[in-house]
Design a protein around this ligand. Structure first.
Ligand SMILES: Cc1cc2nc3c(=O)[nH]c(=O)nc-3n(C[C@H](O)[C@H](O)[C@H](O)COP(=O)(O)OP(=O)(O)OC[C@H]3O[C@@H](n4cnc5c(N)ncnc54)[C@H](O)[C@@H]3O)c2cc1C
Length: 384
């Protein structure tokens, strides 16, 4: 497959012509995100004003499809390079994972009501799929939306590990809508837009090892009354909806991880150049140089593959196999790179507040979120 006119390969991925978009993204992230990053990590979430500031700068409404998706690929790469998986997770879930359901399956009215504000950062979105018995396998989905005589829904159940859980103004929520389907559980399920201020919703913070700005929560729904017009598409369509959206989610997770590896390798390279063992720099040791060479070679391959995956998406041709391979290889390489980065930093890297510690605990989360590596391998085997 050849790049189309106007698309240029660079060593760090595709760009659409060279119109300064990457520089714009970098300067906005440097101004709005980086000065606040440590505070968000400590507080567990991005603050309301910063969501709005990012919205005003246009970074929450970059295209999900078509040639303009390549701008998203640049943005996701730059988000990854900030070196905070919690921040990139929160922004990625909002703009790409949760909102993609509204873009793909929302009616015109639903899009007017929710998408417009969310793209301006005026409302925050979360995606609520995972449950205690329904994580990598959704067959035991238990959250129910009972249809009332008036035709609206009454929702009961519990979701867990939900990014943006306490900040979200609405949840794109996977629910069972019917017990009678013979098409399996997802044939009896659908996605509801649930406003966070409805009665009967409890949110409880679920702090994790890493991803500290991602605001991860358990959500409890007790007799939550949801109007009928909050159903995305029609009931029983969850299977086809989720299959389409999950490929995109894994592509986004992969592109974020690639930016994260880049940051990790830059951190490592500058550390070994500066750090002296006795009189000589660590970068002079063959054992260290070889480890860096190995990591950088693997990274070059994953980076090229990420450009290919982004290119597929920009042409409406994203394959499940491509998204799964990218998600698997990028998130696993991120763990390997982070482990080496920490080891080579010595005890200073193992301090609670060291960047190397954060990279390590953050990297592991991405091999589980959006489908664990084992599931990716199953799918790659089936499709390969
Ligand atoms: C940082 C983070 C953010 C998250 N954000 C969200 C969110 O915003 N919204 C949301 O809905 N969910 C979210 N999740 C949840 C995530 O999607 C689930 O954790 C994931 O799908 C796995 O489900 P589980 O944890 O229940 O693991 P389980 O399904 O219980 O699996 C446990 C382990 O078993 C192994 N395993 C699973 N399947 C197979 C298989 N087929 N073959 C071999 N081994 C297997 C894997 O090692 C897996 O990690 C997040 C998770 C994390 C870590």
């Amino acid at each position: 497959m050849e790049p189309q006119r106007g698309e240029v390969f660079q060593d760090n991925g595709y760009v659409i012509d060279d119109d300064g978009f990457r520089e714009h993204v970098r300067s906005v992230l440097a101004r709005i995100v980086m000065p606040n990053a440590e505070r968000w990590e400590a507080h567990g979430k991005i603050d309301t004003e910063s969501w709005r500031a990012l919205g005003r700068e246009g970074l929450l409404r970059i295209a999900h499809t078509g040639p303009e998706f390549l701008r998203s690929a640049i943005y996701l790469d730059e988000l990854g390079k900030l070196g905070y998986a919690g921040i990139r997770g929160a922004l990625g879930v909002h703009s790409y994972m949760a909102l993609s359901y509204l873009e793909l399956f929302g009616s015109g009215t639903q899009q007017d009501q929710y998408l417009t504000d969310a793209r301006q950062g005026l409302r925050v979105a979360a995606l609520a799929i995972s449950e205690a018995e329904a994580g990598s396998n959704l067959a035991c989905l238990a959250t129910r939306a009972e249809v009332t005589p008036e035709g609206s829904f009454l929702v009961n159940g519990e979701k867990r590990f939900i990014t943006n859980g306490s900040a979200a103004d609405f949840f794109i929520t996977l629910v069972r809508t019917d017990n009678t389907s013979d098409k399996g559980i997802l044939g009896a399920a659908g996605f509801l837009i649930i406003d966070a201020d409805l009665p009967g919703i409890e949110r409880v913070r679920q702090p994790m090892l890493g991803w500290r700005s991602a605001d991860i929560c358990t959500l409890r729904f007790s007799d939550v009354p949801v109007p009928a017009d909050r159903l995305l598409g029609s009931s029983g369509r969850a299977f086809s909806q989720i299959m389409k959206a999950l490929d995109f989610e894994r592509l986004v997770a992969g592109l974020l991880a690639v930016g994260g590896i880049d940051y990790c390798l830059q951190t490592l390279r500058s550390f070994v150049q500066d750090r002296k063992i006795g009189r000589s720099a660590l970068s002079g040791k063959q054992a260290i140089r070889q480890q860096l060479a190995e990591l950088e070679s693997d990274f070059a391959l994953v980076r090229q593959y990420s450009s290919y995956a982004a290119w597929q998406q920009s042409h409406g041709q994203l394959e499940t196999l491509t998204a799964s391979i990218l998600k698997l290889k990028s998130t696993e390489l991120a763990v390997i790179a982070a482990q080496k980065c920490l080891q080579i930093h010595g005890s200073a890297g193992y301090l609670e507040d060291a960047a190397a510690s954060r990279l390590y605990r953050d990297a592991i989360g991405a091999t589980i979120a959006a489908g664990p590596s084992e599931l990716m391998r199953d799918m790659i085997y089936e499709l390969g």
